[in-house]
Write a protein that binds this ligand. Structure first.
Ligand code: GTP
Ligand code: NA
Ligand code: MG
Length: 290
């Protein structure tokens, strides 16, 4: 099929940056809820992933990545599955180790970045210092003749947030992001947790469309999807390409980072799971020998 004839899908945007530079606060502003306050200790424990309709009516899927050093693999995963990275740099703190690490991930995944200089409401904010520090680390920002967009924002006051949204949608338009909505679905597990409602996996759909009743294999486990929920906990009928949803119905939990493949029926799902388990056991046996 000619790729340009496929329907557009929402861009997947990963928010990265140093710890406490305001990633979750920015996302929180964008989805107009208050998850920051509910976070234990103010540190994001998981990649939060959700799809939202913006004021323009366009949909964007956001992935939040914790800045804390312990979450390296999740940040790596975030850079791998994304169409663009929003690199958040606090205007009062400038470039820090996790800023550089995020840059490294974005570069190795070859995804374009937009810089969001955050906390510009603070008296100690120094936007020019951030710009020159970024340039010193090889980021070709527009102020210095490059093509990396820089937006000054405040997740606290909302300043510049319309610009940020506009920049994201503009870049998405340029990237012309399309995907096949039919056929066997594929995706990734972004996070997996136990909630009062049962085992829940947050899944990003890459291609195809997931619906309740579908059989899926994730890593070495499989399930029949009981239901899908959006970020607000509301049940949805389907998850098309480029959207993130919570999937319920797991007996065994999948792992964050697992790839998801839809199977046409339960037998095929079981065969795929058994095959993957054997492969995993053999790989582990070989690793023990060496
Ligand atoms: P980790 O997930 O732990 O890496 O942090 P984060 O990057 O998600 O930062 P978070 O949103 O948790 O914000 C850290 C602190 O900075 C909180 O106390 C926020 O209230 C504060 N903060 C975030 N954005 C702004 C802003 O634009 N202005 C001001 N003044 N404070 C902000
Ligand atoms: Na924080
Ligand atoms: Mg956070």
């Amino acid at each position: 099929k000619d790729p340009s004839s496929l329907p557009l899908r929402p861009p997947v945007v990963t928010i990265m940056g140093h710890v406490d530079h305001g990633k979750t606060t920015l996302l929180d502003y964008l989805r107009k809820s208050s998850i920051v306050d509910q976070e234990h200790g103010g540190i994001t424990q998981h990649i939060g992933a959700f799809s939202v309709k913006m004021s323009t009516g366009k949909q964007i899927t956001f992935l939040d990545t914790p800045g804390h050093a312990a979450f390296l693999t999740m940040r790596q995963r975030g850079a791998d599955v994304t169409d663009m990275v929003i690199l958040v740099v606090a205007a009062d703190d400038s470039v820090k180790p996790q800023t550089l690490e995020a840059l490294k991930h974005a570069r190795s995944s070859k995804v374009p970045i937009i810089v969001a200089i955050n906390k510009v409401d603070k008296e100690s904010a120094n936007v020019n210092r951030v710009k020159s520090d970024l340039a010193a680390h090889g980021v070709e920002i527009e102020d210095y003749g490059g093509d990396v967009q820089v937006v000054c924002v405040s997740g606290k006051t909302g300043q510049g947030m319309d610009d940020l949204e506009e920049n994201i949608l503009l870049l998405a338009e340029m990237l012309d992001i399309r995907a096949e909505p039919d056929g066997m679905a594929e995706g990734w597990v972004l996070e997996s947790s136990i909630k009062p409602i049962g085992r829940v996996a947050t899944v990003l759909v890459k291609r195809g469309t997931l619906r309740a009743g579908d059989y899926i294999v994730a890593g070495t486990v499989h399930t029949k999807i009981r239901s899908l929920r959006n970020e607000a906990g509301v049940e949805v009928d389907e998850a098309p390409p480029g959207t993130a949803v919570e999937i319920l119905g797991w007996k065994d939990p999948p792992d964050a980072g697992d790839m998801i493949l839809q199977a046409p029926n339960e037998d095929k799902a079981k065969i795929a799971t058994r095959y993957r388990q054997e492969l995993k056991e053999r790989t582990e046996a070989i690793q023990q020998q060496t």
